[in-house]
Design a protein around this ligand. Structure first.
Ligand SMILES: Cc1ncc(COP(=O)(O)O)c(C=O)c1O
Ligand SMILES: [Zn+2]
Length: 442
């Protein structure tokens, strides 16, 4: 823990009124909100020379902490890391070939595999590492978070490494493997009888009652600062910054952080702009898609972004993404519209087919939320949302380890036998046509 509060590395600025908060000690003292206007949305800015960033980009990182000069931590010794955010951007040629053969498109398709993150193998590891390191530095010992699963799992692990107690509030339908993982680190789980909205309410009440800071969700500057480093990594690794970005969306920290990262370095890379955000939800919980489709058919009337449905107790096979009350939609809708993107709906009956096809063609087994994202690629092609010559980045968030029941649905080559005569050699290629057909047929 560090006691020195006067520092010149960074400060926070309220996105609503511009009020400046000098550091994270003060940010937490003022309850993670702006003392002037009450907004919880502040952004971190640095008094740094960004030329250093270009130099940093010449070297391969071990983790997102490679970008330490542009992260809100004062001392490196406080870092708690498991090699997160240092993920190679892969090129997936089976998707490129599909686009060429079926849509006559010559595109580059890259995949950013968060399942390769060191901590818990999801989207959420860099944010949790940032939080644990910061709490280590400013001396926070109790924290709480409401989460559909992956955030809480990552926070539970990293905060326990930092010796921080973390109370986790999960909705009733959260995957048991997540609960088990959190519990195994010794962190406390409250399974809330109700949906994610209810879990957030109870968590907020608990935070007030015990005066314990709570994660403020997708606009939390801690999360945004960690995730913005994706922009640095794509600039470092890719010949061309993506034109199109595809992500399964629940609350949307990804696009919010990409936008922040780009604004932060625009003075050095003036040509850099947001990719077209194609944000995917499954038909089991698609409030943002519903809101978007309604706004689109009405020609995006004034204030369209404030109109969105709230889905109570969403029934979905991807509880990880089940944000029924999409409070960040107003921010995301603005970003998506400005980028020329869209919100897309995939059907949950395609989850397993997409999972099986990806495992077969690419030898990467996606988790359910990643299958939602990958399905978005096929939908984007069908809707003509990708143009010839473009570079597409698909940001997948998890492998199958957290969803064993999803993985089990991928069994399709098994024969039950009791005699050797029943066993014949096989040819892998024989499965291909059926697997593609299962993804593409209506
Ligand atoms: C694997 C995975 N993909 C995508 C998302 C969606 O992220 P966000 O909440 O930032 O929209 C999540 C969130 O839990 C996730 O765990
Ligand atoms: Zn303010």
């Amino acid at each position: 823990m560090l006691r020195v509060k006067i520092q010149h590395k960074y400060h926070l600025n309220c996105t609503q009124c511009g009020h400046e908060t000098p550091n994270f000690w003060t940010w937490f003292e003022q309850n993670q909100q702006c003392p002037e206007c009450g907004s919880k949305h502040s952004e971190v800015w640095y008094n740094r020379r960004y030329q250093r960033l270009s130099r940093k980009m010449k070297r391969k990182p071990d983790s997102f902490w490679h970008y330490f000069p542009f992260l809100p931590l004062l001392r490196r010794r406080h870092i708690i890391s498991r090699g997160e955010g240092a993920v190679p951007v892969e090129q997936w040629s089976f998707l490129e070939e599909f686009a060429r053969k079926n849509y006559d498109l010559d595109i580059n398709v890259h995949v950013y595999r968060n399942d390769l993150n060191g901590g818990t193998g999801t989207f959420k590891d860099p944010a949790a590492s940032m939080a644990a390191s910061l709490f280590n530095e400013i001396g926070i010992k109790q924290y709480c978070i409401a989460s559909t699963g992956n955030s809480a799992t990552a926070y539970a692990k990293y905060l326990s490494m930092a010796g921080v107690n973390c109370s986790v509030f999960m909705p009733e339908d959260a995957i048991r493997t997540s609960e088990a993982t959190i519990s195994s680190y010794g962190q406390q789980v409250f399974r809330v009888m109700g949906d994610y909205t209810k879990a957030k309410e109870i968590a907020a009440g608990y935070a007030r009652l015990h005066n314990i800071p709570m994660s403020t969700g997708n606009i939390d500057p801690i999360r945004v600062e960690a995730k913005k480093t994706m922009v640095f990594e794509w600039l470092r690794q890719m010949d061309k910054f993506p034109d199109v970005y595809i992500q399964a969306v629940s609350g949307g920290t990804g696009p919010i952080a990409i936008d922040k990262g780009i604004r932060e370095i625009n003075h050095l890379w003036p040509e850099l702009k947001n990719p077209r955000f194609l944000l995917v939800q499954s038909d089991g919980c698609d409030p943002m898609v519903q809101a978007w489709e309604k706004a689109e058919s009405a020609g995006f009337p004034e204030g369209y972004e404030k109109e969105y449905p709230v889905i109570d107790n969403p029934q979905t096979e991807v509880p990880t993404l089940a944000t029924g009350n999409p409070a960040t939609y107003p921010i995301l809708a603005g970003l998506v519209r400005k980028s020329g993107g869209a919100f897309l709906r995939m059907r949950e009956k395609k989850l397993v087919p997409v999972g099986k096809l990806t495992a077969y063609e690419q030898k990467v087994i996606p988790g359910p939320a990643s299958a939602v994202c990958l399905a978005g690629f096929f939908i984007a092609l069908r809707k003509n949302l990708i143009k010839n010559g473009e570079t597409v980045l698909i940001n997948i968030g998890e492998g199958p380890n957290r969803a064993p029941l999803f993985l089990e649905q991928m069994i399709y080559t098994t024969h039950n036998v009791n005699h050797v005569d029943q066993c014949e050699p096989h040819s892998i290629d024989d499965y291909r046509a059926q697997l593609w057909n299962d993804v593409l047929e209506d």
